[in-house]
Design a protein around this ligand. Structure first.
Ligand code: GLN
Length: 228
């Protein structure tokens, strides 16, 4: 069993829960999604963490009453091996925890650096992260027809997407300004780095939970399992 902590501050958190459920069935790996709203819910039983996208300023404000963010940062300090996925605003929170140099994501990041809401875009991103492949999900075995003919099983082909391009959804996305040597680029859009891995922390400037391709969620669950 892998326990995934999901920060419920604001933003695309429910979409991440859906993506996690799909990735869990693709991997045949049982998970428990632990919705995190208060600092006391962040504990040693969490195997990995998701910081969703949304609006980082709103997230920082939402965190004030229950101190969720500082609990998440302490958890990351305490369990540096456990994987974390930060998407868009989540990547901003990893790179800018409020101190000068982030120990979590050693990269500079600039908010809203592609422009305004209307400058949001979708584009194919080149991915070089090793992600576990997912089996077919929701395979339906059709019943025999009146001629006793059994049609071939139909699978969910979206889950079989194993090529290296990924459909990136960029919504008022940030941009990495500079990345330190500790940050391995794992997703690029032309010359631009749009995803980095710093130790066990994966930061993406786009929204993988809004596509039918769950490879980053499979990566998180798989990494959590091997570091348990
Ligand atoms: N613009 C947002 C911020 O600055 C991030 C956008 C997103 O998460 N889609 O926090």
């Amino acid at each position: 069993m892998v326990r995934v902590g999901l920060a419920m501050l604001q933003g695309a958190r429910h979409e991440h829960a859906e993506a996690l459920r799909a990735a869990s069935s693709q991997l045949h790996q049982e998970i428990e999604i632990v919705e995190l709203r208060r600092a006391v819910e962040v504990n040693e039983h969490l195997d990995c963490l998701i910081l969703p996208g949304g609006e980082s300023t709103a997230m920082r404000k939402a965190s004030q009453s229950e101190s969720l963010l500082s609990a998440l940062y302490s958890w990351m300090e305490q369990y540096p091996q456990r994987p974390v996925l930060g998407t868009c605003a989540g990547a901003i929170l990893l790179a800018n925890p409020g101190e000068a140099q982030s120990p979590f994501l050693r990269a500079g990041i600039s908010r809203n650096a592609w422009g305004r809401q209307r400058d949001s875009f979708e584009a194919e991103v080149e991915v070089s992260l090793d992600t576990p492949s997912g089996g077919r999900i929701s395979t339906k075995i059709a019943t025999r027809d009146q001629f006793n003919h059994q049609p071939l099983p139909v699978g969910d082909t979206a889950s079989l997407n194993t090529n290296s391009t990924f459909h990136g959804v960029f919504i008022r996305a940030p941009r990495f300004e500079q990345t330190s040597v500790e940050c391995i680029p794992v997703a690029t859009l032309g010359e631009e780095i749009v995803g980095v891995l710093d130790g066990s922390r994966l930061a993406l400037t786009f929204h993988p939970e809004l596509t039918g391709d769950y490879r980053f969620h499979r990566w998180l669950i798989h990494q959590a399992n091997v570091t348990q």
